[in-house]
Unconditional design. Structure first.
Lengths: 115, 538
């Protein structure tokens, strides 16, 4: 499981960074989204991977803390997802505004000659 | 009495947040009303910040004052707000700049788009939160709040130039936020804590493998802040963005780079201070090298700038570089001078950003930009607005010229104003090595820093002279700019603050010295945070 998760994070980050460096605004926004998925998974992984362990304490009694997974990282991921989502939406608006002003989807607002 | 004072700490965050939200439903046609509410809120924050500074200076080190437990949970588990001399200083500086920028904006710039005053309040709330919080993930949240508001403010006034600069600014900051999260979660994964004070105590007990992971996390985190602070290879977005922003926005953005510096100062001394064992001083050499390259890049940029907006943008970089390198060199005596420099240079650059547009207004290029903005949003109510604002002051050019001269003196660090005092204090701290021979005690990096610091001042002076001569001594083809009293007053107030800082340099330096001493003694600070009692019980 660790291998799958780390490979997944790696693949997402690599694709994200590649797209982030591309000249089209649409590629940039997809790159940023992929990057934020990778980061969310990474945060989640930092709470250690556990299967069949709840993050919320049992109401009947706490029992052994070793039976639970770390709830903090899950809370952090939720926060990061919400903020990341809002920022992507905001970026999308600016992207459209740029398209409207310049008539191109190049990040610099003008086509490069050798393109 | 103590209780009442205790809750003051949350006001700089809650009040602007509430006012910012409350202003959203008010119709845009009542923007003077919105402006007055916004101004009132910032004024209250300023007063509170002044009181907090007083508290921090006198009783700041007691655990009972200055630790605010949100949710009333004790420190390592609950999130705390921490007041100390440094955060109180930054709160005061932010509120002061914000007041000036807000008054300025009410003359005409807040008409250039929607929700200016709401965004402005949210920016202040985010900034204050970032200065006060004692938890690194909470810092991320406040950072994002501040950034979200700053995106809106940068785009205020719209137009292709701002949208293009905004696009770049948002993209780089989103990428930096990802790095921020990676750094925070890596540190959490290893140490199991997000509380800054707790982190400082945990670091000394780590195994070597874990230490390496924490250092990696801290380095990634550092990059996120250095992007914000504008260190050289990460700073190409800054000059165009700041030059494109509307003047009141650019003026308050002068503090945004300082947020990056603030966090680096805080975390660097808290986590990698003298108590950190083998990790002590981690990353210093990078700060020194990066800072010096930033000074050099900024100084070249200052010399090469045609427009004043870009010149001011590059001055921001010079100021950042000076601070970063001073932190990195790590001489205890320099820190107080660096903090003084931070305050002085932020006030100066902010005043300069406000002044630029007033000066440019008489020239064609500037008038064009303004005309484009007005066109984009329609100047349907501009005519009545102008009558209602107030009288245009006589002798405009003389006043503008005087302000410009003061800015030039401050930026280049010439005596007698605070820019000189600041640089002198930094250099004095560097040379102040009791009982050691200077020729052997000072490293090559130290000497390079001295040279760069002085040369950057020279570059600023040359550039300011050139632009000043071109603007004020050349025959004026255009009309004399029409400047309102409420536009020039904020500039004068900010410059007066610099003059005040020069006159009161003694007490100010004592405050900075006490701040520096606090920073250099991180364990007493963590103890204070961790031992703070819960309110109303055990």
């Amino acid at each position: 499981m660790e291998l799958i998760l780390s490979a997944g994070i790696g693949a997402l980050t690599a694709s994200g960074v590649y797209l982030l460096l591309r000249p089209r605004t649409y590629q940039v926004i997809i790159g940023l989204s992929l990057l934020s998925y990778a980061v969310n998974l990474f945060i989640f992984g930092m709470g250690r991977l556990r299967v069949n362990a709840p993050p919320v304490l049992d109401p009947g009694g706490v029992g052994d803390l070793a039976q639970y997974t770390d709830p903090v990282t899950q809370a952090l991921v939720l926060t990061a997802i919400v903020i990341g989502f809002a920022m992507t939406a905001l970026f999308l608006v600016v992207l459209l505004a740029s398209r409207g002003f310049t008539g191109t989807d190049h990040v610099d607002g003008r086509e490069q000659r050798h393109d | 009495m103590i209780d009442w004072l205790h809750h003051l700490l949350i006001i700089p965050i809650l009040l602007p947040l509430a006012v910012g939200a409350a202003l959203i439903p008010i119709d845009e046609r009542n923007r003077m009303l919105k402006g007055v509410f916004g101004f009132g809120s910032t004024l209250i924050v300023f007063v509170v910040a002044t009181i907090l500074m007083h508290v921090a200076a006198n009783a700041g080190n007691l655990p009972e004052t200055g630790i605010y437990q949100l949710g009333n949970w004790p420190a390592p588990f609950g999130i705390v707000l921490v007041l100390d001399r440094l955060s109180a200083l930054m709160l005061c500086l932010t509120a002061g700049l914000a007041l000036a920028a807000q008054v300025y904006s009410m003359a005409r710039w807040h008409t250039a788009g929607h929700h200016f005053h709401s965004l402005f309040q949210l920016l202040i709330a985010g900034l204050n939160g970032a200065f006060l919080t004692g938890d690194i993930f909470n810092l991320f949240v406040f950072f994002e709040m501040m950034l979200a508001a700053s995106y809106g403010l940068l785009l205020h006034g719209s137009g292709p130039v701002r949208v293009k600069a905004g696009l770049h600014y948002i993209a780089i900051n989103l990428a930096a936020s990802s790095l921020f999260l990676i750094g925070v979660s890596l540190i959490y994964g290893v140490t199991g804590t997000l509380n800054m004070a707790d982190l400082a105590t945990k670091l000394a007990t780590l195994t070597p493998e874990n230490r390496q992971l924490v250092e990696t996390g801290a380095a990634i985190l550092g990059i996120a802040f250095l992007v914000k602070a504008g260190m050289w290879p990460l700073s190409f977005w800054l000059p165009p963005a700041y030059a494109a922003a509307t003047p009141p926005v650019a003026a308050v953005f002068a503090i945004l780079t300082k947020v990056g510096i603030y966090v680096i100062v805080r975390l660097h001394f808290l986590i990698f201070g003298a108590a950190a064992g083998p990790s002590a001083g981690f990353g210093q050499e990078w700060l020194v090298a990066g800072g010096m390259l930033t000074i050099a890049f900024g100084a070249i940029g200052v010399l090469a700038s045609q427009a004043m907006g870009r010149l001011a943008g590059y001055s921001v970089l010079v100021s950042s570089g000076t601070l970063l390198a001073a932190i990195g060199l790590g001489h205890a005596g320099m820190l107080a001078g660096a903090l003084f420099y931070l305050v002085s240079s932020t006030l100066t650059i902010s005043a300069f950003f406000l002044l630029i547009e007033l000066v440019d207004r008489g020239r064609d290029a500037g008038a064009d930009v303004l005309a484009v903005t007005m066109e984009a949003y329609g100047d349907f109510d501009e005519d009545e607005e102008e009558e209602e604002i107030g009288v245009a002051i006589p002798g405009t050019m003389a006043v503008l010229g005087l302000c410009f001269c003061l800015c030039a003196v401050l930026l280049s660090g010439l005596p007698p104003l605070s820019g000189f005092v600041a640089k002198f204090a930094i250099l004095r701290g560097l040379f102040d090595m009791p009982g050691a021979d200077l020729t052997t005690a000072m490293s090559a990096a130290d000497w390079t820093y001295v040279v760069l610091l002085i040369l950057s001042g020279l570059a600023a002076m040359i550039a300011m002279n050139r632009i000043g001569i071109r603007t004020f001594w050349a025959s004026i083809e255009g009309t004399v700019p029409r400047v309102f009293v409420i536009e020039i007053t904020p500039v004068l107030v900010l410059l007066a603050a610099c003059v005040f800082l020069s006159l009161q340099a003694g007490p100010a330096m004592r405050y900075m010295q006490a701040t520096a001493d606090d920073l250099l003694n991180p364990l007493s600070q963590s103890e204070r945070v961790l031992s703070a009692p819960r309110a109303g019980g055990q």
